[in-house]
Design a protein around this ligand. Sequence first.
Ligand code: PMP
Length: 363
Amino acid sequence: RFSARSEIAALKPYNSGLTLDDVAARAGGRRIAKLASNENPHGPNEATKKAMADAISRPFLYPDPSGRALVDEIAAQTGAEKSRIVLGDGSEDLLNVLARASLNAGDEVVTLFPSFPLHEDYAIMMGAEVTRIGLTSEFSIDTPALLKAAARPVRLILIANPMNPAGLWLTPKDLDALLDAQHPDSLLCLDEAYVEYAAGPDFASAATRLESHDKPLLILRTFSKAYGLAALRIGYGISNSDDVIRAMNLVRTPFNVNAVAQAAALAAMTRTDAMDQAVAHTLKERARMAETLTGMGLRVLPSKGNFLFVDCGQPSIEVADRLIDHGVVVKPWKQEGYETFIRVSVGLTWENDQFLEALSRVL
Ligand code: PMP
């Protein structure tokens, strides 16, 4: 009789298991507003679609295992050394690779809470212990608690900036304080999946500090969000540490990023006009949705992502379930203390309208 390792048995499934067909069956012929996974429904530009079509015409060849052309472009755009870039089959893959490359059983991992579940799950799979730094009672990042934890020699400090699901972010001042506080024996990983949405003087990517920082730093990025390539599964990591990248390259599967994804990511990075327009639309819609939701008397956390974290004041699993009957899919949050929150992605205008209308009906 099979039984999984004890660490695995303790995990919960990542997805709800509902398919779009399941949703359609309940949506009464309505169009479906899929606002549960922080995708960019504007999708990639034409040049990117053409690059994908070209790449798929040679399916018999293995992809370039080092993704050299894409790595060159990432180096040019981020300022990272080419030898300090690692590609992943989505940034999920990189989180998994990072955990396997760095964590021993019993090691400590510090995360912000509420957290992206995979930040915790991959650590738990390795038998590591997760220390959660919760939000303040005002729903802001508890920077003093974070700095205190970061000053201890922990194995890994793993933070999404902007945070998912909360949408909150470290100001440039807080980021610098965190970089200062970091213990030299700890690896600091900033997961910047939503960085393209986080414009403004009150945000700074850790990439701008990569060269000057003298302790191990890893930054993760993805093509699944603003670049509109979630189906292809591609992300990257950049670091100031040869040791971090060497370990991750040893752990990842040799051909972890397929050729279509490599070609699409390169094309998408080279021509960002469509992405910039989509991001501008998302930021405008995010502000409109936040205002409408606040007007409905709901607490909405400030967000620099392409999503909002909203307290519905009642069990969010039930709210999300009722929304499905209106053709709207959102993510009910399940982590302790946040069971009345939903995370809703900012979609196309009609999707956001359909969500706002449906929510006002089901609450
Ligand atoms: N990190 C964060 C913070 C995310 O929100 C997500 C996607 N939900 C990921 C990583 C994974 O993204 P992907 O694997 O599509 O690159």
